[in-house]
Each structure stands twice: as structure tokens, then as C-alpha cells.
Design a binder for this molecule. Sequence first.
Ligand SMILES: [Zn+2]
Length: 417
Amino acid sequence: MRTTRVWRRVLGVEHTVIESVELETDQRGQELLVARVRVKTGAARRCSRCRRRCPGYDTSREPRRWRGLDLGTTQVYLQATTSRVSCREHGVVVAAVPWARPGSRFTAAFEDTAAWLVCHATLSVVAMLLRVAWRSVADIITRVVADRAGRIDRLAGLRRIGIDEISYRKGQRYLLCAVDHDTGRLVWAAKGRNATTLRGLFDLLGEQRCAQLTHVSSDGAQWIHDVVAERAPQAVLCLDAFHVVAWATEALDQVRRDMVNRLRAGGHHDEATTLKGSRWALLKNPPNLTGDQRTTLAGIAKANGGLYRAYLLKEQLRAIFHAVELADSRALLGGWIAWARRCRLEPFVKLAKTIKRYQALILNAVEHGLSNARSEATNTHLRLLTRRAYGYHSPEALIAMADLTRGGLCPPLPGRS
Ligand SMILES: [Zn+2]
């Protein structure tokens, strides 16, 4: 095997001539491996947008470098002069290079590895292992997702979707997301939360695919219901179980906060502190409680009837989605509304009105089995993403991150089949 072929294999590049490979020391005294390369004639002078062969326009004087995957512990760079071509369709654009995506300072193999790692490890691990800043990782993800999204149709074959608003930037801004209930995948996301944003999804789907939607679930927002009625009138509207449970959890927390404040106002500071510490015992699902938390709950049952009633109300509302028979769910829900209305706990009396209003949509979700774990897991994941302090510099970066990790766009590791 000739040395250049060995290097081509080791560097993982195709359609590329390797002119030289040298070790170089950077300003920090670190050794770098720099491979001087050029595009093979057959692959040269192609538009980076449409890949068509075009007349050359000009060539840069200064060579440019792309960071490649490390060889052992040594950082690797490819170096080449870049040129521009004059494309009939796209005008004067940078010529495509076979080793990197347009506009990137990393090789495609490096970017795919970074994107794969982001799906499987924490971001701090990725940044440290690859020796890149988080900001660079975010840019890489955006490019990888755009590249991969262009090659697959994520809206094909959709039947049952969940539409959800997710807040970011401390609740100041919103993303609107659509999740496929059958695969749990994020299939679409966009900035904003109004009818115009949502119509964007239905425009992308087109008339025929809109007509194939059988179920659409969402929170209670009327504008979502209106757009669904307008664009997919045949679809059954459902209310996602996790929204209902979240409402009950919020009402329970409100009851607890009110009680803590009342105790404080009455000078009962010790009791107030104990009750404040009970938050997690009250909000957790019963199977996940620790021994101490069970004891806390038993204490509340004995000493604080109102708060325990609120706890039971939350748990019974959750149970409605787990009933096997629709008739059982219907009966439980009816009983729940009656109980909540006269429970003398203001947040639950209010919630009873809301639940009554959405009764039919809640039962639709139970009847059609839309309260499933996969789409809920995706929703939880998306909410976690927005809370992490990575300083997403744009909603586009956040959407790309969501698409990569939950939209089925994670690339395979380079060089493996
Ligand atoms: Zn072109």
C-alpha cells in the first residue's frame, strides 16, 4: 500500500489527494498533525449547495484548515486552499470539499462523531473529549441536523400526533412541537405559539397527509383546537394525560403553599417548615416514594386532613388514565369532578371547572390510548433541554438539539457499518 493511500484511510477522506503530512507545534506548545490536501480533479469545482460541476470563479490565497478526528492523542487538521465556483442556479458560492460540510471548520467525520456523542453523553463530556467549546458543538449540531433532515421525510405516514408548547428563556419564548404518538419521535418544531405557527405544520403536511391524521392531542389551548378543526377536521381531539396530571400537581402544590403561609402567619414556624419539607413526598408518584417520604405522607394524613385530601385528589386524577375499561375511566372522572367541586380546597374547586370543560377530550385520550409513555418521555426530554444552562444562542440551536436527540436524526458513527 502506498503511503498516501494509508493516510487517506487513516484520515478517513475520499476523493482527496494528500500532498504532505507533517507535525507542527502550535502557540501552546501542542503538537498537531497537519495534512496538506486537495480535492481530486473529478470531485473539484462543484457547487457546495447543489453539487453540480460549475466553472471556477477564484481561489483563495490563504489556505484554510479543518479540524479532523484526533489520531491517538494528537489533534489533526486538514489544510487546503479553497475556491469559489460560479453556479448557474446559486451564483458565486464556495466550492464543495469532499471532507467537510459547507461553512464548517470541522471535517464531516468530526461533526458526525460530535453529534453522535451528544445523543449518548453529557455535553460537558463531549466538549472535554473533543476539545471544543459548547458554542462550536451547537453549531455542529445545527449543520448535521440540517444535512440529515434534508434527506429524510419526517412527516411521512403520520397518523396520531401530539402538539405542545414548550417555553424557554425562563418562560419568555415558546417553541411549538409535534410528536408522533406511535414512535415517540419529535417530527416538527418551530418558534412561536399561535395559530400562524401551527398552520406552518399543516402547510408542510399538505392536504393529503392532513386528511390521514386520525388523532391530535394537545393541552387545552383553544387556538390549537381551532386550527386542527380547520385543517384536519376528521381528527379526534384529545387532551394529553401529562397536562392533566401537571394541572393537578400544580393545584396540590398551591394547597400546600397556602397552608405553609397560613401556619407562618399564625406563628407556627416549626409546623410551617415541616410542611415545606413535604413537597417531594406529595408530588412524587407513590411507587417512587422513599421510606422517609412514606412516613411524611402518613403524618400528613393524620395531622393535616386538607392537604391529604388534596394529595388523594391528585392521585385519583392520575388513576383515571390507567383504568383498563373506558367505562371505569368515565365513572372515575365523573366522581372526581363531583368530589373536587365540594372539597373546599380552592385550587381544586377551580381545577374541577377546567376538567369538566375538557371531560370529553380527556376521555378521548383514554379511549384511543393516547396517554402513552413514549410521547410523554419525549415531552419530558424537551422540557429538560430548555432548562439546561447551556445558553442556547438561538431557538434554531435548541430546535436542532431537540431534532438530533428526539427526532431520529442522530448520525451513525463514521467508518462503521
Ligand atoms: Zn448550485
